[in-house]
Design a binder for this molecule. Structure first.
Ligand SMILES: Cc1cc2nc3c(=O)[nH]c(=O)nc-3n(C[C@H](O)[C@H](O)[C@H](O)COP(=O)(O)OP(=O)(O)OC[C@H]3O[C@@H](n4cnc5c(N)ncnc54)[C@H](O)[C@@H]3O)c2cc1C
Length: 435
């Protein structure tokens, strides 16, 4: 049976391993850390006894249009552990809630009913957004969308300040993890085309109901007996096989290198990968534990403030806040971030003022994703490389999606397909985009 080594146990590497394992290949996954999941993982909460509580490094969400990620969860038998929500709450400071929910109207009109009545927008905002949406659909085929920013495109769309802040910025900064004036318009168009306009089912928001690492736990891998997982296994070279720290050598018919881009060039210098001009964009997650419930909402997007999303992790007492493209927070100390979060959360949820904060934890992921700026798309490398036995995967490779869990899984499936082609095996794994 042909053998494949996968380097990196994040979603890209795991997706490649699951696909190749299901196709009957012999697969070894090497992950340097003691646990799987890479940037989408969980660990014991600090400040309580070990095993008492597990938290995600940061809340991760998906949409119904993430068809490859959902397919990967199906391969591991965990698709039922993700709960989908069709209603989105937009909260204003002061606590007024606007609900956006998909109706049975055909796409792209499925959100129009609630959109027309959401009190966080007035008629001039709705008109401006509606007009820009029509233009977005009309201009989806434009060839220059990767060379302009979304802010450039919106500048020609006569948007109101509130539409810019509460709609375009609110949706896109979280989806792409970048500011409007730094993100390529092509990514923003894709978010709206697939996640907003394709239909209610594809817009539903998936929130894992278990800690992230549980989705790729031992039980899941027992379904794929030809896949072996090695944690605490750091790979030092991938030329002509795999060499582990300590010198152990493993030959294989193919190697999938699925590490972050800042590590890839060092592990495979012979590929001459060029990351000149690439940058990271950070995400900050803030966990707050209260002595009482402060909300009954399962989640909400928070308008006009630094905090962008709120997730109710347990009984309204454990709240997680998320800030994407969080450059403004990276220079602040932990206490300062918590103070800001508490101040803002009190404006959205009055019960916070009466509650006592028992614990808090701040996670600043400085290298959360690559910055999806204009001009980068054509420079993202494909799965096949000049080394015929070495294949690339990772959310930074040319997956057709921005740096997301879906992008990572797509890249893993594309690498697995390339491996199969090389080894003369049948293997089609990538599911086409919706719509
Ligand atoms: C805070 C945060 C919030 C996010 N929120 C969302 C969200 O809500 N929705 C969404 O879709 N996406 C989100 N993302 C993005 C998503 O997590 C990533 O796009 C995706 O997980 C990347 O997967 P990957 O496999 O490409 O890379 P990684 O997850 O980085 O995996 C690479 C793996 O390689 C391992 N490795 C590195 N070097 C070696 C070596 N020498 N030997 C062996 N192993 C090695 C690393 O330890 C790591 O486990 C978020 C990311 C962050 C950081």
């Amino acid at each position: 049976m042909p053998s494949v080594c996968v380097v990196g146990g994040g979603l890209a590497g795991l997706a490649a391993a699951a696909a190749l394992g299901e196709a009957g290949l012999d697969v070894d996954v090497y992950e340097t850390r003691p646990f799987l999941g890479g940037r989408a993982t969980s660990y014991p909460a600090p400040g309580v006894a070990e095993h008492e509580e597990t938290i995600d490094n940061c809340q991760h969400i998906l949409l119904g249009c993430c068809v490859n990620l959902i397919d990967f969860y199906r391969r591991l038998g965990v698709e039922g552990k993700v709960r989908f929500w069709r209603e989105f709450t937009f909260l204003e400071p002061g606590g007024r809630a606007s609900k956006m929910r998909a109706t049975s109207l055909p796409a792209p009109l499925h959100f129009s009913g609630s959109f027309l009545t959401m009190p966080c927008f007035d008629w001039s905002d709705r008109l401006a957004i509606g007009r820009a949406m029509l233009n977005l659909m009309r201009e989806a085929g434009r060839r220059d969308l990767d060379s302009i920013t979304m802010a450039d495109w919106l500048a020609g769309q006569r948007q109101t300040p509130r539409a810019m802040e509460r709609f375009w910025r609110q949706v896109l900064v979280s989806a792409i993890n970048e500011e409007l004036d730094r993100m390529a318009a092509s990514h923003a168009f894709q978010v709206f085309r697939l996640g907003f306009l394709a239909g209610g089912k594809w817009s539903a928001m998936g929130v894992p109901a278990v800690p992230l690492a549980e989705l790729y736990g031992e039980a899941a891998w027992s379904r794929l007996p030809t896949v072996r997982i090695h944690t605490r296994a750091q790979v030092e070279s991938v030329q002509g096989g795999v060499t582990l720290a300590g010198g152990e050598r493993r030959e294989a018919d193919a190697v999938v290198l699925a590490v972050p881009w800042e590590r890839a060039a060092g592990l495979a210098p012979h590929l001459g990968l060029d990351f000149t001009g690439w940058e990271h964009s950070p995400i900050t997650g803030i966990h707050l534990w209260f002595d009482r419930a402060v909300t009954e909402l399962p989640h909400a997007t928070l308008l006009d403030r630094t905090m962008q999303w709120m997730f109710n992790k347990r009984d309204g007492r454990h709240i997680q806040l998320v800030v994407s493209a969080s450059r403004g927070l990276t220079g602040m100390g932990k206490n300062e971030v918590v103070e800001l979060a508490m101040r803002e959360l009190t404006e959205f949820l009055p019960e916070v003022a009466r509650a006592r904060l028992e614990r808090s934890h701040v996670v600043k992921e400085m290298r959360a994703t690559f910055s999806a700026k204009p001009g980068l798309e054509a420079r993202r490398p494909a799965a096949e490389t000049s080394d015929g036995r070495l294949f690339l995967a990772g959310d930074w490779t040319r997956s057709g999606w921005p740096a997301t869990m879906e992008g990572a899984v797509r890249s893993g499936y594309l690498a697995a397909e390339a491996v199969c082609r090389k080894l003369g095996r049948a293997g089609r794994f990538l599911k086409p985009d919706v719509g």
